[in-house]
Every structure is written in structure tokens, then in C-alpha cells.
Design a protein around this ligand. Structure first.
Ligand code: SF4
Ligand code: SF4
Length: 98
């Protein structure tokens, strides 16, 4: 999903996606079966986050269904502050296509 934007911010600049702790992942595939966005893939030693920027900004649904607690997300309060900074940054950049 390269080239996607969120609130006018390039998706690749928004650090919202799951992280998997390989020491806790049992490769049960629950996250892969649940998420339809092709974020996860099978890795050699654990499930991996293959396409982080396919994750829906603000979604953390898969975190709750991981029985071993292997999935984590950024701190929401810190993330909201960062998103605000990015919005301000991109609102100051003129849109050369218009
Ligand atoms: S749900 Fe958790 S334990 Fe299962 S594959 Fe995903 S990260 Fe690994
Ligand atoms: S947070 Fe939502 S969109 Fe992102 S990987 Fe998990 S289920 Fe998929």
C-alpha cells in the first residue's frame, strides 16, 4: 500500500503497526488468520510483521487475540502527540499538485 496517506501524512512516516516478540510467539497464526491486511507473514522462528504500513492507523485488534502477549503497539498517548506533530508538519508543506 505504498503511496497511501493518513490525514495528509504519508503512511510510511506514521509509526503505527504491531511488533511481535519472537520469544513469546508460538506461531499459532491467530493474528494472521484475523487480519485481512496482509500485515503478518510466517517467519522461520515466529510470525513476523512483513508489511507494517498495511496496518490500519489506530487499530490494535490483534493485540487482544494473541494469547501469549507477543503483540504490542506504541503507547497511544505518545502516538497521538507524534501524530499531531506530523499533521502540523504536513499542513505547512504546500501541495504542488494543486
Ligand atoms: S497470535 Fe501471537 S502467538 Fe499467535 S502467531 Fe500471532 S504473534 Fe504469534
Ligand atoms: S492492528 Fe488491526 S490492521 Fe493492524 S495488524 Fe492488527 S488487526 Fe491488522
Amino acid at each position: 500500500m505504498a503511496g497511501q496517506t493518513y490525514l495528509g501524512i504519508p503512511r510510511e512516516e506514521i509509526p503505527w503497526y504491531p511488533t511481535i516478540n519472537p520469544d513469546l510467539c508460538t506461531k499459532c497464526n491467530a493474528c494472521m488468520d484475523f487480519c485481512t491486511n496482509d500485515v503478518f507473514a510466517a517467519g522461520e522462528f515466529s510470525t513476523i510483521v512483513a508489511n507494517p504500513f498495511n496496518c490500519v492507523v489506530g487499530c490494535s485488534a490483534c493485540e487482544k487475540l494473541c494469547d501469549t502477549g507477543a503483540i504490542s503497539f506504541p503507547n497511544k498517548k505518545e502516538f497521538v502527540n507524534l501524530l499531531q506533530q506530523l499533521r502540523e508538519k504536513y499542513s505547512k508543506i504546500p501541495n504542488i499538485s494543486s
